[in-house]
Design a protein around this ligand. Structure first.
Ligand code: DP6
Length: 370
């Protein structure tokens, strides 16, 4: 597939107005995307677990307007107008206009809500941008075919799914990994057939049962606004002294994971996943300017996870995003012990004792569009 393949066929239908709702989840990267080229092309391939409970539900209402060469839209978060979201959506519309040529023909009302607290420090860009991309795909579907409300068919149509992921990527890179589940690869990798820099694909090879029911308990260490936005963060990889080595390492970690996913080798999985998290933070500590995004409680939690694992042999590990929160990853078979451990030993290091229990999920879903 090339970018040209995502340019629409001429639309055969006229549609005056309507609305679509999609729910789309967040995802947690095992091999991290950190560093990108122009047009949201990643410097290295990444792989993530799609989550289930942490998601964004977005309703897109649209009414025909005169095409005056301008985008027209309003954004609401949990019922309140959110004008500070507009620049990001304006940029998104500009990037996707070529592939969604109807955008200037409508006024859009975008109503969005997250299942997780907005100020939790959990990035909503992956779930938010993928939900919006799915809503736009529904509108396009209606313009292409005479039948409305056919959203479920997307989920069976590979091209439509790829286009949804392609669009989501142009909103936020990691969003392209939220359309499907439960293990998604984004970025061309020589050993992963069908992988592409343009969109995420379902991991195409054998996955051992060990990885089919993973949990992610998200410890909310710091619920404040992100100290480093993802745009600023990715830019730190330009002229970074270790960048090229890091991009190569991500590729080889993904190669190693192919064997791990097949064999179910949890020790190697843990070694790769924790190293990826610490490397992401090491990149931020060694860039110019430099940042420390972990908090003392992040380190307290990491040390306790290591001690607990050494002591009990339970295969629990952590990963981090570009912030202080800790994602605790473990297979279902040890979930009772790990939840007890989280409650008794880790919750004290969370802001107001808060954490979110999530597990792997299967991607975006239409909500009542039929
Ligand atoms: C650390 O997808 O938020 O979570 O493309 O600029 O929107 P943009 O960046 P974004 O970056 C996510 C970075 C990460 C790692 C990952 O999810 O792979």
């Amino acid at each position: 597939m090339t970018v040209q393949d995502f340019i629409s066929k001429p639309y055969s239908n006229t549609v005056e107005s309507g609305n679509y709702t999609w729910a789309s989840p967040s995802n947690i990267a095992l091999v991290k995307y950190w560093g990108k080229k122009a047009y949201q092309i990643p410097e290295n391939p990444s792989v993530s677990f799609t989550l289930d409970a942490c998601k964004t539900v977005t309703t897109l209402s649209f009414t025909k307007k005169k095409n005056d060469g301008m985008f027209s839209f309003d954004v609401y978060l949990e019922g309140k107008r959110q004008d500070d979201f507009k620049p990001k959506i304006q940029t998104f519309f500009e990037r996707i206009e070529l592939y969604m040529p109807f955008l200037k023909d409508y006024h859009f009302k975008i109503e969005t809500a997250n299942t997780f607290p907005h100020s939790s420090g959990i990035a909503s860009s992956a779930s938010g941008m993928s939900a919006l991309a799915m809503c736009l795909m529904s509108v396009e579907q209606e313009l292409l075919t005479p039948v409305s409300g056919t959203d479920e068919t997307f989920l069976k149509n590979n091209y439509r799914i790829q286009k949804a992921s392609f669009l989501a990527r142009l909103g936020s890179g990691s969003a392209c990994r939220s359309i499907e589940g439960s293990l998604v690869v984004w970025g061309a990798h020589p050993s992963i057939e069908g992988s592409s820099d343009l969109y995420g694909i379902k991991y195409p090879y054998k996955v051992h049962d060990n990885f089919k029911d993973y949990h992610d308990t998200i410890l909310l260490v710091d619920k404040g606004e992100k100290q480093v936005s993802s745009t600023v963060g990715h830019n730190l990889m330009y002229n970074h002294p270790f960048a090229q080595e890091r991009f190569n390492q991500a590729g080889s970690n993904l190669s190693r994971l192919i064997a791990v996913f097949e064999s179910g080798d949890l020790n190697t999985f843990i070694e790769i996943v924790e190293s990826e998290a610490l490397t992401l933070h090491a990149m931020m500590m060694t860039s110019t300017p430099y940042f420390i995004l972990m908090k003392p409680n992040t380190l307290e939690i990491i040390n306790k996870i290591w001690a607990f694992r050494n002591h009990t042999g339970i295969p629990v590990c952590f990963t981090l995003d570009a912030g202080a929160n800790v994602h605790v990853l473990y297979p279902d078979k040890v979930s009772d012990q790990v939840i007890e451990f989280v409650k008794n030993e880790l919750a004290v290091h969370c802001q107001n004792g808060q954490y979110i229990c999530d597990s792997i999920g299967f991607g975006a879903k239409p909500v009542g569009n039929e």
